[in-house]
Design a protein around this ligand. Structure first.
Ligand code: ADP
Ligand code: MG
Length: 705
């Protein structure tokens, strides 16, 4: 039974030692309203004062250690910024240096040479010797020689809290107070017994005790494992339940037949044979469309894997069933290119394709809107202008979005309203492969198709890293490629904060290139975000049609643009690009038959992370591998598309490290939802209750629907 007057729901200010002022502060600063919130704000690290180490046993992995011994010497060394206080510390097994850069003078007066101290700090290797920078120092007294019984937790805090007496020590005390009052009955089991037993998870009560005050590493691991599982499991359970419920309740248009448009295209227009992966994905989607359930499918495929043609063939099925389709792209250039290539693919088939973006205005726009509403237009391609209120469709049955992570939730909701009585089927394409763990959480309520095969005959793109002093050689190489009739991209970074400077960089680069590649022998196109759409288009077109051999651009060309004759991608200031962006850019070449190259230019001095990113790029062409590396390097919060999604704010689990737990959580959640979607079985009652509690707190979960 659930205890309705649960101690966990009680306001935090009633907890002994809190009171109204501190209670208010905890609320404002950390969102801790109740005892339950306090309990679920977990430590982010622990201090282990449960044992003393000996100097002899230290190694590079020791981390934070507690030592006991005598401070033998203390002297001020160095000048200016390098001035520091160095202590010599000795226990029965060896000697170690202690170093302070800050507060050195004060400490020199405080510390007593010859005194017995308990020293606490992080072991550091310097000049092949261990030292401890900025250790905590406590003179040994009769009280403090007894060892702590548990690890001491450290919590995220704020300056305000620290100043108002709600510092770490106080937090520990509050948690001790709270935990002492809790019994098993206050923390009823929220997982079915069979799951707890199967995974040997330990009880929830114990996990919550141990996550705050573990006696040792073992207890900490047991607690973390259980709580990470809970976190990921309930998220999956909710996502899968939403997906199931949507499938059960949201009706969708039935595209029952594959008709003349599709068949004619397939047999007479398709300029190549589809890869097996493309065929499989088209089948998956066709099956979805015939079910009478609204489709929500994510199509993942590496750059160049041929997603566009898949989208087009699905749109043809829509037309075969008398529905309109729209295709949205994040930039006008990309939309334009989709428009041109799709128009070319379906030419002479009696299919009306139209383009709509911000730059289409006045009479032209009105004309398109009219033809759209009357149903004359079969396929509308454009930017998010397709979602604006005045745009009315006759019978929209399918919406495809390319590179969807740039479309927010709100825009998707707009799309929903464009079609009645059912929402259109949605196919979301992304060329930035998403690591599995992220896809499962971010898109856990969507179906996923993957094109995991490139069209045949593609040559692996060769990726090289060159520092700026190699520029003359790089220019020489570009000339050789151009002499073979190829084209070259040169890309500069563009980050909003420094937009002006970036533009300058681009323009200077352009000037320098104009000297290396003089007209009229060479023609250079230039495209950047500050240009008028019409000029961009002109420049793009010159490059697409082969009039210019070089394209100097900012990242506006990043997504989608397709010029098969381009064989070299030179990226300037590589260190300023993210991994997925680099991979996207590289995907602009290697689209034709020629051997293609990606040259990553950077300064000589690089941060460790930049180096790793560049090495990853040079090592592999596989987008999924790169996505995994990106996740590892930057953490899940920084991967594109995750910020806007509240659901990824996990307390304990880390999607870059806890893949195994996530997989298990998803599998079990899947089995449960398949068997008992509404969680009505007695053994699932605990899940239903816990999910409702969580769901009340976290409205952000409802996402698209
Ligand atoms: P992306 O998945 O990156 O959007 P595209 O759809 O732009 O890839 O396709 C990249 C290139 O590959 C295009 O030039 C396209 O015509 C070509 N292509 C797509 N599918 C095949 C195939 N099965 N065989 C040969 N070429 C293909
Ligand atoms: Mg594409």
């Amino acid at each position: 039974m659930i205890n309705t007057e649960s101690i966990l729901q009680r306001p935090i200010s009633f907890l002994k030692g809190v009171g109204p002022t501190k209670g208010e502060l905890l609320k404002q600063e950390l969102g801790i309203h109740t005892n339950g919130d306090l309990l679920y704000h977990f430590p982010f690290r622990y201090i282990d004062k449960t044992k003393f180490y000996t100097i002899r046993d230290l190694n590079e992995e020791s981390g934070e250690v507690q030592l006991k011994g005598i401070l033998r010497r203390l002297e001020m060394i160095g000048e200016g910024a390098k001035r520091r206080l160095v202590g010599t510390f000795r226990d029965e097994t060896g000697v170690l240096e202690l170093v302070w850069f800050k507060g050195a003078q004060y400490l020199q007066k405080q510390l007593s040479i010859g005194g017995e101290y308990i020293v606490y700090g992080r072991i550091n290797m310097f000049n092949h010797q261990f030292n401890i920078p900025h250790p905590e120092m406590d003179l040994v007294t009769p009280e403090n020689t007894t060892l702590a019984e548990t690890f001491a937790p450290v919590y995220p805090s704020t300056e305000k809290l620290n100043n108002k007496g709600a510092d770490v020590k106080n937090r520990r005390k509050l948690l001790k107070t709270l935990l002492a009052q809790l019994t098993e009955a206050d923390l009823p089991e929220n997982l079915p017994t069979y799951v707890v037993q199967k995974l040997r998870l330990g009880t929830r009560f114990q996990a919550l005790q141990w996550i705050h005050f573990p006696n040792d590493e073992q207890q900490l691991r047991v607690a973390q494992n259980r709580l990470k599982f809970e976190e990921l499991f309930f998220l999956q359970l909710r996502l899968l339940q939403l997906k199931r419920q949507r499938k059960d309740s949201v009706k969708g248009y039935v595209f029952e037949k594959v008709g003349d448009y599709f068949n004619e295209f397939f047999t007479t227009k398709l300029p190549f044979s589809l890869t097996n992966a493309q065929k499989r994905v088209i089948k998956e989607i066709r099956r979805d469309l015939a079910l009478g359930i609204q489709m929500n499918r994510l199509l993942q495929g590496d750059v160049g894997s041929g997603k566009t043609i898949v989208a087009l063939m699905i749109m043809l099925i829509a037309i075969d069933n008398t529905f309109q389709s729209c295709l949205m792209a994040p930039t006008e250039i990309l939309a334009q290119q989709h428009y041109l290539s799709i128009k070319e693919y379906v030419k002479d088939m009696g299919i009306e394709v139209a383009f709509l973006a911000g730059s289409i205005k006045g009479k032209k726009r009105e004309e398109i809107l009219k033809r759209l509403k009357s149903g004359e237009i079969h396929i509308l391609i454009g930017t998010h202008a397709l979602l604006e209120d005045p745009v009315e469709y006759h019978h929209l049955g399918l919406a495809v979005t390319d590179e969807q992570h740039r479309f927010g939730v709100e825009q998707r909701a707009k799309l929903w309203r464009k079609s009645l009585p059912c929402p259109p089927h949605v196919l979301v394409m992304t060329a930035t492969p998403i690591p599995r763990t992220l896809a499962m959480t971010l898109y856990g309520d969507l179906d996923v198709s993957v094109i995991d095969e490139l069209p045949p005959g593609r040559k692996e793109i060769k990726t090289l890293h060159k520092t700026d002093n190699y520029r003359p050689q790089v220019i020489g190489f570009m000339k050789e490629e151009i002499a073979k009739g190829r084209q070259v991209y040169v890309v500069y970074p563009l980050i909003e904060e420094s937009e002006k400077m970036d533009l300058q960089n681009l323009e200077q680069g352009h000037e320098a290139l104009s000297i290396d590649f003089p007209a009229p022998q060479y023609q250079i196109s230039i495209v950047h975000g500050r240009m008028k759409a019409i000029d961009k288009e002109l420049e793009m077109r010159r490059f697409v049609e082969g009039e210019s051999q070089l394209m100097v651009a900012t990242t506006v060309i990043e997504v989608g643009v397709n010029v098969p004759n381009a064989s070299v991608m030179v990226i300037e200031n590589t260190e300023r690009f993210g991994l997925s962006q680099l991979h996207q850019l590289r995907g602009r070449v290697g689209r034709g038959a020629a051997q293609s190259y990606c040259i990553l230019m950077s300064s000589f001095k690089l941060s460790k992370e930049s180096k790793e990113r560049i090495q990853t790029m040079c090592r592999t062409n596989n987008g999924f591998e790169i996505a995994e590396a990106d996740l590892r390097l930057r953490g899940p919060g920084n991967i594109e598309g995750t910020q806007q999604s509240g659901i990824i704010q996990l307390r304990l689990a880390d999607l870059s490290k806890d893949e195994a737990i996530l997989k298990t959580a998803r599998e079990i959640a899947q089995q449960i939802i398949e068997a008992d979607t509404a969680l009505m079985a007695p053994e699932h009652r605990c899940l239903k209750i816990h999910l409702e509690e969580l769901y009340q707190k976290n409205k952000g979960w409802s996402r698209i629907s």
